[in-house]
Design a protein around this ligand. Structure first.
Ligand code: NAD
Length: 245
């Protein structure tokens, strides 16, 4: 489904991002994964190699626009084009507002929203040069319902939806399609780090009776990245087993 496409996936070293790397590779894309650290990027590349999947990786500081531009320039030079960007890197929060400092709040917005803006802005010239592309963002179920603590996280994901829907309209004429996937509770490290008191009541609300797997989300990214979704832009696709928090 992605033959001859070059895809960059941020937060590609584990969880949803790593599984998306696998699925995109299975569908013949050239994949470049981004992570936050040299060690985790090298670790993910080595793990994929053992599975027979060859990918490259980078670890630009997503808070540094110049560094992102430099890395994208290098990738475009090497591969000749950049067709798909999956803005997946993200961090979560679960503290009550009384215990959250403004720096902690700003940090979440910086990674989950500002870095997404920087990556998106930096990739547009390359997609434009090649007459189009696809930008996919990882939102969350909490972008629709909010959550009872960790206000920075749902706030950031509401912003992801705003960025997705607005840029879908702004970039449609290029054409660059911009969509988001809003996962429910997915079986990754991010969820493993949340307290049982938060997770258990959430699972009870899932009509499909289970938490999601990273592959459930990766498959949604595959569909939206592919030409099968050529008339879909500005969508926030829920992948949550119909969960309502
Ligand atoms: P994870 O913690 O397993 O992976 C997060 C990824 O983001 C890692 O690859 C990490 O390197 C990267 N990252 C974190 N901080 C970074 C930074 N400062 N710079 C660069 N990269 C950074 O989590 P996951 O569950 O796979 O989450 C991936 C995305 O899915 C996130 O955007 C998250 O908000 C979203 N999401 C997850 C769930 C879930 O239940 N797991 C639900 C809804 C949305």
């Amino acid at each position: 489904m992605l033959e001859h496409k070059v895809a960059i996936i941020t937060g590609g070293t584990r969880g949803i991002g790593l599984e998306t790397v696998r699925v995109f590779k299975e569908h013949k894309a050239e994949v470049i994964l981004f992570g936050s650290k040299k060690e985790t990027v090298e670790g993910a590349i080595a793990k994929l190699k053992q599975e027979g999947l060859e990918v490259e990786g980078y670890y630009p500081n997503l808070n540094d626009f110049d560094e992102i531009q430099q890395v994208l320039k290098e990738i475009d030079h090497k591969y000749g084009h950049i067709d798909i960007l999956v803005n997946n890197a993200g961090i979560s929060a679960n503290k009550k507002i009384e215990d959250t400092s403004s720096q902690e709040f700003e940090h979440i917005i910086d990674i989950n929203v500002n870095a997404m803006f920087r990556m998106t802005k930096a990739v547009i010239p390359y997609m434009k040069k090649h007459h189009g592309g696809v930008i996919l963002n990882t939102s969350s179920m909490v972008s629709i319902y909010g959550q009872p603590s960790g206000v920075g996280y749902p706030t950031s994901k509401f912003a992801v939806n705003g960025l997705t829907k607005s840029l879908a309209r702004e970039l449609a004429s290029i054409p660059i399609r911009v969509n988001a996937v809003a996962p429910g509770i997915i079986n990754t490290d991010m969820v493993a780090s949340l307290p049982k008191e938060i997770i258990d009541p959430l699972i009870e609300t899932i009509p499909l009776g289970r938490i999601g797997e990273a592959r459930d989300v990766a498959n949604a990214f595959l569909f939206l990245a592919s030409d099968m979704a050529s008339y879909i832009t500005g969508a926030i696709l829920s992948v949550d087993g119909a969960a309502r928090s």
